[in-house]
Design a protein around this ligand. Structure first.
Ligand code: HEC
Length: 169
């Protein structure tokens, strides 16, 4: 894995790489995941929010190529989502909607779409094409995050959909 000199990106990227490595061994992922799927997916989504906020800040300052590491993080995050939504994991701490399990194929499609959008953002950033990267980024919040949040997540009280630049902690 090629790490760039972007502190947050390196840390976030390593976290995901670690998560992937532990699931790739076929052994329990409890070293990364706590075993509480609600806490684990909220933790993963926080990383999603941080990655997207970081990508937007870099784009704003014209640091196009550096967005690739955030988009790669989000691409890997996409591979971890489905496993953190086991049937019956809806608790009062969760903002997930029951529709996830009622319309499971649509939820899976939203995950797949998210992964594809993140790859698109990554490839545009890697090409250092500012116009192309900005075009993907412009639609990303709505197309990648909103496509899933709108049908499948209870909106937080003070959040303006879709995914604002500054995610709540
Ligand atoms: C495939 C569906 C899906 C996609 C794609 C998705 N999310 Fe989420 N997200 C959820 C669900 C469901 C929850 C609620 C999880 C829960 O509380 O159990 C959530 C919760 C969150 C949270 C709150 C985490 C917390 O602290 O409780 C943030 C922040 C977040 N998402 C950011 C993002 C961003 C940014 C993107 C796009 C880059 C994104 N999400 C893409 C489904 C998705």
């Amino acid at each position: 894995m090629k790490l760039r000199h972007v502190k947050t990106g390196v840390i976030l990227g390593s976290l995901v790489a670690l998560a992937l490595a532990s699931s790739a061994t076929g052994q329990s992922t409890t070293k990364i995941w706590s075993g509480d799927p609600v806490a684990d997916r909220q933790r993963l989504m926080k990383l999603n929010g941080a990655s997207w906020a970081d990508a937007q800040a870099k784009l704003k300052s014209g640091n196009v190529e550096a967005v690739a590491v955030n988009a790669e993080t989000m691409t890997l995050i996409a591979t971890q989502i489905v496993a953190l939504f086991p049937e019956g994991s809806l608790t009062d701490k969760s903002k997930a909607k029951p529709e996830i399990w009622q319309k499971w194929p649509e939820f899976e499609a939203a995950v797949k779409n998210y992964g594809a959008q993140a790859e698109k953002l990554r490839d545009a950033a890697r090409s250092k094409d500012q116009t192309a990267t900005e075009a993907v980024a412009k639609e990303f919040g709505r197309q990648a995050c909103g496509t899933c949040h709108t049908p499948f997540r209870v909106p937080p009280p003070q959040q303006q959909p879709p995914a604002p630049p500054q995610q709540p902690r």
